[in-house]
Design a protein around this ligand. Sequence first.
Ligand code: CP
Ligand code: NVA
Length: 305
Amino acid sequence: MRHVVVPEDLSAAEIEAVFAVSRDLQEKFEAGRRDALLPGRVLALVFEKPSLRTRVSFEAAMAHLGGTSLFLGADTGFASSRESIADFGRVLGEYVDAIVCRSNAHATIEQLAAVAGVPVINGLSDQAHPCQALADVYTLRQRVGRVAGLTFAFVGDGNNVARSLAVVCGSLGMRFVLAAPPGYRFDVEFRRHLATILPHAAIEETTDPVAAVKGAAVVYTDVWTSMGQEKERAARLEAFRPYQVNERLMAHCPDALFMHCLPARRGEEVTDGVIDGPQSVVVEEAAARMHVQKGLLAWLLGQAS
Ligand code: CP
Ligand code: NVA
């Protein structure tokens, strides 16, 4: 039994295997076919934070695959004084075949994975967003036909999404560059972790967004204030102002795709002109969430051909 708590839980070969199933299922879906690979299987979605894409793409994926999903919000008492996470996870694992968890603290998902007895997938924590990173790199592969050797520029906060993208890009042989202000780059502990798990990967950091995007295949950004950081909003707005992805910045990389995990704060990290412009693939990326999560579920539950 396998979990996907962080993207490094999957090797490069396993990511490629998931992508292959995803592509097959996407082609069938686009031809109007639904492959019922998971009949009778049940997926629980345990969410502590709001979600559109992650929640709906997993629910739709399970329906298309012939299974069912259960959305469990605050009324189940998860991660509250009602009962321990261990008791919650052990019991939930008796009813369902897999669990997706979106948590405030990353440790909550780790605790769930340790006890549940079924695969646990991270649907976003403060430290990682593996399903997002997989869908983003899958989107690039679908667009360009390859990923190894390409440069992926992330302009903004060294947050959960940036960390997961660095790992997936590094694992698949891409160069990853984070352009962030001092104080918002990857922390020392994560840098050490990257050096250990991906010693040969080209993962770089700079304070210069123009240098980061030159020659990039993708320019990516995300909100400057993630869920749970609302109290830091004023300081973050100030620090990140020079890092807005706007038409001026994109003029340095006219061939790059623009990506954003969404939801976006238009006028802050990205302008309308860029997110609605010809380089933007944000809706395709969001659509890919469902296709890749189908591949991941089929692979994790052992039904991938
Ligand atoms: N990108 C993403 O995870 O979106 P949601 O927060 O809407 O799930
Ligand atoms: N970094 C953002 C991503 C939302 C999908 C957050 O954690 O709020």
